[in-house]
Design a protein around this ligand. Structure first.
Ligand code: SF4
Length: 431
């Protein structure tokens, strides 16, 4: 929807409140309400056609049954995260038995598989099977030839290897750092920024390296915020996670702990009562996940997020702007609104990084700006994440926003509102 342009002549008659009669005020409010409703009419229509995972329940049940039959599993297996992880689909024949793949598609998969590992949890595969082929879920999970043919981009655009002062540690900011604890994920997303770390086998950071990373945190008292990620932080065993969080919790200058995980999206079975009991012991704990499309918001994902929230974790979402998946204002708006319903606060939209083999996912920056323009004001501020471009070379996040401050004129600020009204107001510092 194009932003509506207003002229000053269209300003509502709110400046002359004292002289307005009661009925004039009511008429003005009603007319304003009509204008506001009109502003989202197009979205309200479009929203009906954008499905969430809740709309796939029947298809999902059929897909789940088909996968269980193929893998000779039971429903209790399905709900067991270790079974899900052990049975990640990672070979062409199994995938071809469950998805409509022709000979050419099978050869393409085999070719990509020679260079890059891929794996999909049975849960996420059931979601893919419930949607149309080559849809937004398919594109995130199923390898395609551009991944190996396209040599643009870099293996490590964030220069993580140059910003690692201790084993597993990435430090890009003054008061916080990352500990990368594993390269394991429930699914290897095709757009992953750390695909260089996936290698040929799952590998957790060795215990001695974890101790070295913790020692680095202990020795640097300005570090008040530690993000444990990977790979997927929640793929550590409960015992290891318990120990690691306990160690971090015991460092007086570590004020907050964060976990980076995609399991609420790709393998919600990982969120067990035992895991939640562990997380509950170490507040304040922030968990950031990555929902990229409304179809990923399922009853299972909701349950996982509910459990994490009840365990005291503050949940945020970091979506990645991906061509053909979510680079559309209505889709992103619906995603963010649905996230709030499952207690997840939209935190960032990341512009896709210039990672080798992923340029087919990268969108123009204008796509991101257009999305932000359609969020701010048109929906709750809680549903408006910050759009971020990560500076090459590991120099950190740069927030990108539509231009709302137009300039200064005669000691006054010229501002643009979410509706495109141009407003002039006194600048406090100029009084
Ligand atoms: S879950 Fe995260 S780290 Fe793992 S493959 Fe996906 S994007 Fe990469």
């Amino acid at each position: 929807m194009a932003a509506r342009a207003y002229s000053m002549a269209e300003e509502l008659p709110v400046n002359d409140v004292s002289r307005a009669t009661e009925s004039a005020r009511a008429a003005s409010a009603l007319s304003r309400a009509d204008v506001l409703r009109e502003l989202i009419e197009e979205y309200l229509e479009a929203k009906k056609t954008i499905r969430t995972g809740f709309d796939l329940a029947d298809e999902f049940a059929a897909a789940q049954a088909k996968i269980l039959e193929y893998l000779s599993g039971w429903e209790t297996d399905w709900n067991n995260w270790r079974w899900q992880l052990r049975h990640r689909i990672a070979d062409v024949e199994t995938l071809a038995a469950l998805l409509p793949l022709d000979e050419a598609a099978k050869q393409e998969l085999a070719e990509v598989g020679k260079h890059l590992r891929w794996a999909i949890s049975p849960y996420y595969l059931a979601l893919i099977m419930s949607d149309r082929p080559f849809g937004p879920l398919w594109k995130q999970a199923i390898p395609s030839l551009p991944e190996v043919n396209d040599q643009d981009g870099e293996d490590d655009p964030m220069a993580e290897q140059w910003t690692s002062p201790a084993p597993g540690v990435t430090r890009r900011y003054p008061d916080r750092l990352i500990i990368n604890v594993t390269n394991q994920c429930a699914m290897f997303c095709r757009h992953c920024q750390r695909r260089r770390n996936i290698g040929q086998r799952d590998q957790h950071l060795a215990h001695l390296q974890l101790i070295a990373a913790l020692n680095y945190v202990r020795a640097n008292q300005e570090i008040r915020d530690v993000l444990v990620t990977g790979g997927d932080a929640l793929l550590l065993d409960d015992q290891v996670l318990d120990w690691l969080l306990h160690e971090l919790h015991s460092i007086p200058h570590v004020e907050i702990k964060r976990l980076g995980t995609r399991v609420p999206v790709t393998m919600p079975q990982r969120v067990t009562p035992n895991l939640c009991a562990i997380l509950d012991k170490y507040p304040p704990l922030y968990i950031n996940t990555q929902f990229n499309h409304p179809l990923e918001i399922t009853p299972e994902a909701k349950q996982a997020c509910d459990m994490l929230a009840k365990a005291g974790a503050v949940l945020g979402n970091q979506s990645v702007l991906l061509r053909g998946i979510n680079n559309q204002p209505h889709v992103m708006k619906k995603l963010n609104q649905e996230l709030l319903k499952i207690r997840v606060r939209p935190y960032y939209i990341f512009h896709a990084k210039n990672v080798k083999g992923t340029s087919h996912f990268i969108t123009p920056v204008d796509d991101g700006l257009k999305i932000m323009e359609h969020l701010r004001g048109f929906t709750s501020g809680l549903a408006v994440p910050t759009y971020i471009i990560n500076a090459p070379g590991g120099y950190g996040k740069i927030p990108i926003a539509p231009r709302y401050m137009i300039g200064k004129k005669g000691g006054r600020l010229l501002l643009r509102t979410w509706e495109n009204r141009i407003i002039a107001m006194d600048a406090p510092s100029d009084r």
